[in-house]
Structure formats: C-alpha cells, structure tokens
Design a protein around this ligand. Structure first.
Ligand SMILES: [Zn+2]
Length: 201
C-alpha cells in the first residue's frame, strides 16, 4: 500500500485533568473557522454536568454539534450531517467505545476528514485497563501527542487522581455523580506525589 502524505489522520491528544485539553480543542476549532472552514465538535453524553456545551476552567465555551452515547455510530452521523467539515473534534474521548474509536479512524479513511480526539489516557484507579476508548485510540491513532501539565510539586504530572474530601481514592466508578455531600476533585500528580498520597491513605 502506498502511504499517501495527504491522507487525513486520526490524532489522540491525551493529558491529565486540567492540562487544557478542551481549551486546546476550542483553539483548533477557532483556527479552522477563522479561515472559513467548518468543524464538527462532539462529546459524550456521560459528561452531563455541562449539558451539551464544552466548558473550560479559563472561560471560553462552545456548543457541540452533537453528543454521542455508547450506541451512536459516529461515522454514520458524520457521513449523514457533517460530510462538508474540515475537521472532527472529540472531547472526553476516553468515554468512546472501542468500536467508536474505530469509527473515528473510518472517518479519516473513507471521508478523508482529520479527527482530533482529546481525552484522558488512564482512569483515576491507575490500573485495570483504564478507559477502553483511550486504550483503543492509543492502539490505532496515526499521531499520539501528550498535553503536558504540572504536579503540585512542580514536576511533570502524568496521573489523573480523584480526591474525595481532600483524600486520595483509588476505587469507585469511572463517573462519579456529585451528590453535594462530599467534595469531588481531580488533581494531576506526578508518580512520586501519588505514592506519597497512597502512603498517607
Ligand atoms: Zn509531584
């Protein structure tokens, strides 16, 4: 097979919570639109706290083109309604099913539209297979890039950690619904600080 330089590519840009993934996604969307191109911005329905919008800690936000659940065929949806876009941008891509990650690849192959997926690489438990969507993207993406962020000690943070009432937790569901009873927080830590918190547990 001849490798075509102009072939659209599937990107997976991963980074811990708070590294600015959504901000970067919005910047990419802006750059396309500034040049008169259309984009399709999507995210999973599991991220319910923000409704159908993408929000950032810094401020900018934007409406999605559509939200997907585990049954959505993303390839078919893009083929039907967004064939004319120059780029598909996926937020919270760790929540894709492996099949949906493959559908993103099909968008690059069959429609020749680049797809940029942003998400976490690993869940807060730091084990047990993590997020299947992220795992699949790490296996198949043409280009894998890390968005770096800093631990509270100043070193590079690689782990996304869940804290409940300021205590590190290593068990629980992937998605924790905020019931208002305890403070749920995610912190990006380096492996050394993570070990320190584990020892304090
Ligand atoms: Zn640290």
């Amino acid at each position: 097979m001849n490798y075509n330089q102009d072939m659209a590519k599937l990107y997976f840009r991963y980074g811990a919570m708070g590294c600015g993934k959504t901000m970067q996604l919005l910047q990419v969307a802006f750059n396309y639109e500034e040049r008169g191109h259309k984009v399709c911005v999507i995210k999973p329905k599991t991220d319910t706290k923000n409704g159908t919008k993408l929000l950032t800690r810094i401020g900018p936000e934007r409406e999605t083109n559509f939200c997907f659940d585990k049954k959505t065929d993303i390839f078919k949806e893009v083929l039907k309604n967004y064939k004319d876009v120059q780029c598909v941008l996926v937020d919270e891509a760790q929540f894709l099913t492996p099949e949906q990650a493959d559908q993103l690849m099909m968008i690059t192959i069959k429609l020749n539209i680049p797809v940029m997926a942003y998400g976490l690489r690993l869940n807060f438990r730091q084990k047990d297979g993590g997020f299947e969507g992220a795992t699949r993207l790490l296996q198949i993406a043409h280009i894998i890039e890390e968005i770096k962020t800093i631990c509270e000690c100043g070193h590079k943070a690689t782990l996304n950690c869940r804290f409940l009432d300021d205590k590190l937790v290593t068990d629980g569901p992937d998605i924790l619904i905020d019931d208002g009873k305890s403070k749920i927080e995610y912190r990006a830590l380096c492996p050394a600080c993570y070990e320190k918190y584990l020892e304090k547990k």
